[in-house]
Design a protein around this ligand. Structure first.
Ligand SMILES: Nc1ncnc2c1ncn2[C@@H]1O[C@H](COP(=O)(O)OP(=O)(O)OP(=O)(O)O)[C@@H](O)[C@H]1O
Length: 329
């Protein structure tokens, strides 16, 4: 059973200034509406997945939750308290409690430093070390927690001497070193060899379970989300369109986009491209379609879908969707 809500984003919206593209009448470029009205709650000891195609705004949600940059509107709450500090010790404490894991473990580790350094540094910075012996012990413990054993074999390795999966485990251990409450993993296995992805996902699942971490797993791969997230939220073109317990959502998807995503999951017997690909590209977020943003690709769009954004319809048991087929409009 999942625990208390640790981190929550409420009505988060993020507009970026476009660096390229055509200018409007006043010489300004329209903003990129990367994230619109996104609310998401992460619970202690539980894995929540955020799923969507490339460019739909998943990483922007991760960065808003981690306060890498401020939201255009909306707020982030840690244990029910709005996060207001953007500098100083309050903010440093927030950044400690909410850790990010990125897609490319090589880019996130300094190639000149050994594993020992990568893990000892955050321990020292956050005042968790009492002596040299204590430091060595804690580094060893961290390596054990991410199953890099025997630890002596890994302590003095440089990043390039490790495999992709081992590097990602070091990045995870480094995030754990600061004793966070929340781990946001942005496509943590998509650059890894298929054969080792499952091991890293199982590790993340075990950490959430054993350490009571709230884990946000961001992925384009709904099949992997189905495998290990308690809760799945589906995102399309900057907006959340469906949410529910992983098993129910994947067995009985409500939104037509979720259905297409599930039917696009890898299938060795399929000869033609999955329907979602035949239905064209996701829209540009500089000029998203009006109404439901999915309507131009939707196989069952109604006239109202191009006119008005569908309201959220509660489907019971923690499920909801935003689709006119379920609304009463
Ligand atoms: N700093 C930025 N400045 C301008 N536009 C940005 C910026 N960061 C993201 N965007 C735009 O916001 C949209 C969402 O990007 P985001 O990286 O959040 O998507 P994503 O779903 O994580 O995609 P991917 O899986 O490919 O990383 C894209 O159109 C992207 O071009």
């Amino acid at each position: 059973m999942s625990g208390e809500v640790v981190l929550e984003g409420r009505n988060l919206t993020k507009n970026f200034t476009a660096a390229r593209g055509p200018r409007g009448r006043l010489g300004r470029r329209p903003p990129v509406r990367a994230v619109e009205d996104v609310s998401l709650a992460l619970r202690a000891g539980s894995v929540t997945a955020l799923v969507g195609e490339s460019g739909c705004g998943k990483s922007t949600v991760a960065r808003l939750l981690a306060q890498v940059y401020p939201a255009t509107s909306g707020e982030v709450l840690l244990r029910g308290r709005p996060v207001r500090a953007h500098r100083g010790s309050g903010f440093r404490d927030y950044r400690r409690q909410v850790q990010l894991i990125f897609q490319d473990p090589f880019a996130s580790l300094n190639p000149f430093h050994r594993v020992r350094y990568h893990l000892a540094r955050p321990l020292r910075i956050h005042g968790h070390v009492r002596s040299a012996a204590d430091e060595a012990e804690q580094v060893a413990e961290l390596l054990e927690r991410v199953s890099l054993t025997p630890v002596e074999q890994f302590m003095d390795k440089l990043p390039h001497e490790l495999s992709g999966g081992q590097r990602q485990r070091v990045a995870i251990a480094r995030a754990l070193a600061v004793r966070p409450a929340v781990l946001i993993a942005d496509e943590p296995v998509s650059m890894l060899d298929v054969s080792i992805r499952l091991g890293v996902l199982r590790l993340l699942e075990r950490l959430a379970d054993e350490s009571g971490l709230a884990l946000l797993y961001i992925t384009h791969d709904i099949a992997s989300a189905r495998y290990f997230a308690e809760d799945i939220t589906v995102m399309y073109a900057g907006r959340l369109i469906e949410r529910g317990p992983g098993e129910v959502l994947t067995q009985e998807p409500a939104h037509p986009y979720t259905r297409l995503l599930l039917s696009a999951a890898p299938d060795p017997d399929r000869v033609s491209p999955p329907e979602i690909l035949r239905r064209g590209e996701p829209p540009s977020l500089a000029d998203p379609p009006g109404g439901c943003r999915f309507h131009p690709r939707c196989p069952i769009a109604l006239p109202v879908c191009s006119e008005r954004t569908p309201p959220r319809t509660d489907l019971g048991d923690g499920r909801w969707t935003e689709c006119w087929h379920y609304g009463d409009g």
